[in-house]
Ligand binder design. Sequence first.
Ligand code: ZN
Length: 235
Amino acid sequence: MKDKSVALVLFSGGQDSTTCLAWALERFERVETVGFDYGQRHRVELECRQEVLSRIENIKSEWSDKLGDDHMLDLSVLGAISDTALTSDTEIKMLESGLPNTFVPGRNIVFLTMASALAYRRGLGTIVLGVCETDYSGYPDCRDDTMKSVQVALNLGMEARFNIVTPLMWLDKAETWELSKRIGGWELNELIIEHSHTCYKGNRTKRHVWGYGCGECPSCKMRRTGFIDSSLAKH
Ligand code: ZN
């Protein structure tokens, strides 16, 4: 029997997964986290991840009691089979398919499969991840239909009853900033601005009002536009 009051959050250290981690800490009795090392070309993402994890429990006293184990899984095989701008030193550009070349084919399907195997072993009934098909790069493995299909396939294949929960699916980036503000106030948004990392180019030298990043890659553009459109820009 899987315990639905315990959640496993797919946590990369970016804005979206940090928001989802806070969201889960508000709702579940216990929250564990899982991260994946898949040969990201910028190790900074993994460093920021640790920084956010060590600080988020200070935002609300009850969060530190709820935050449980962190699991790091080696998925370097993903980097070995996909030559993309996220895993190799290639310039970021749009492909003929309409997707940016940062697309790692099937990445979220692999992540969810590994996460549910871990959740199965640990008796965790809910899996939370920060995918979104409102403001996104068009990756098909971020869409709601993909998530629902993966949930069905995993539950059939493992004879389980996992809930795959995607709190950001129908929010644009401004609404994601508003959501983190509602959950953890300015303190959570400050943590997101200072320590979460979303820039595809791994830039941690340029500090903007919305955080660190090159300011030009698709990920930075979404983060910036969302911030400017949100009430936080007036803070
Ligand atoms: Zn960037």
